[in-house]
Design a protein around this ligand. Structure first.
Ligand code: FO1
Length: 328
């Protein structure tokens, strides 16, 4: 039996929807190892958004992916659990514990307590993640990019603050000058991360924030070099459609690093593999079809397809397009 190994670099909400579509596409096209082939999906997940809050370790991107793949996510809000209540959070607020602008739902708190319990018992984040995800039968292996704490700090004119303060509390209203991941230079990739990249048959960049999600993953020592040396094709999906972010505030992040908010500029930021960058191919929205010819000189084979992930079907079609670009 052949196994096709697909490794996806991912942030939170956009990455979660993409992974759900990819899993669906593979289940439809390779049911029960059809034709003697099975697929294995591994997600290498950003941990720069993580933090300790009320003595609990919070990992927003890992949890967004886990809840989405489990069908337990709040689709409207984009984060946390469906059918959530917030009684414990109200109590914590009354005691002045935690951030009043960052709500931990009651069901979600169960996940954070379990994770913090495992971490305090001496497990690494990757081991704690394996224990927590085992409950849900996700069909995707989730690997935090690193077991070390590399929380993203945002340097602004108003001081340096945790990414969540800048993003969730201030809604990127204060201009970001720089993003720095704490202790990133001494961080090590979590067990299995480099192997998932070097042993993959296809590597996909989910349509996630190129700066604070994919950028954090690429900043972990060893990850970029392993991608450059990987034998698998690397295909990225643009998180920018018609010059605007699909969700979130990636435009504010891109401005901080001097990159335009366009599908073409983000591809050039990752770079073509032939010239020392990362991408073999890049998927843009049909409305950005002009980028296809513009990216050819950089050695990035591009293709225009519908990128909006409105539902499971459109997400699965997008994943199928990314995979067929990888096969070319
Ligand atoms: N986002 C919000 O806008 N407000 C919140 O109160 C909030 C709580 C929260 C709790 C757990 C969690 O995993 C995520 C949460 N998010 C919340 C989302 C999250 O902070 C960000 O959107 C991501 O980190 C950016 O990808």
């Amino acid at each position: 039996m052949d196994t096709v190994k697909i490794t996806v670099l991912s942030g939170g909400v956009g990455g979660a929807r993409f992974l759900r579509g990819l899993r669906h596409h593979l289940r439809e096209t390779l049911p029960d190892g059809d034709g003697g082939t099975t697929a294995e999906i591994t997600a290498v997940v950003n941990t720069g958004d993580d933090m300790w809050l009320s003595s609990l370790r919070i990992t927003p991107d890992l949890d967004s992916i886990m809840y989405t793949l489990a069908g337990a996510n709040d689709e409207v809000r984009g984060w946390g659990r469906i059918g959530e209540t917030e009684r414990v959070s109200a109590e914590l607020n009354a005691y002045g514990v935690g951030w009043p602008w960052f709500t931990l739902g009651d069901l979600d708190l169960g996940t954070h307590i379990a994770r913090s319990h495992f971490l305090r018992s001496g497990l690494a984040l990757s081991e704690a993640t394996a224990r927590i995800t085992a409950r849900w039968n996700l069909g995707v292996t989730l690997l935090p990019v690193t077991d070390d704490e590399v929380e993203t700090q945002v340097v602004t004119d108003d001081g340096t603050m945790h990414f969540q303060e800048w993003w969730t509390r201030r809604r990127a209203s204060v201009t970001a000058r720089r993003f720095e991941q704490r202790n990133v230079h001494t961080a090590r990739p979590a067990p299995g991360v480099l192997e998932a990249i070097s042993g993959a048959d296809a590597i996909l960049f989910a349509p996630s924030n190129p700066v604070v999600s994919i950028g954090t993953i690429l900043g972990i020592p060893g990850v970029r070099a392993t991608l450059v040396g990987a034998s698998a094709p690397i295909v990225g999906v643009s998180p920018i459609i018609s010059g605007a972010v699909v969700r979130g505030m990636a435009d504010a992040c891109l401005s901080a690093i001097g990159v335009q908010t366009s599908a073409e500029a983000v591809a050039l930021h990752y770079g073509g593999r032939r010239s020392g960058g990362l991408l073999d191919a890049w998927l843009v929205d049909e409305s950005d079809a002009d980028a296809v010819a513009a990216l050819a000189p950089a050695g990035i084979t591009s293709f225009a397809a519908p990128l909006w992930m409105r539902d499971l079907e459109t997400s699965a079609r997008l994943a199928a397009d990314a995979l067929s670009l990888a096969r070319r």
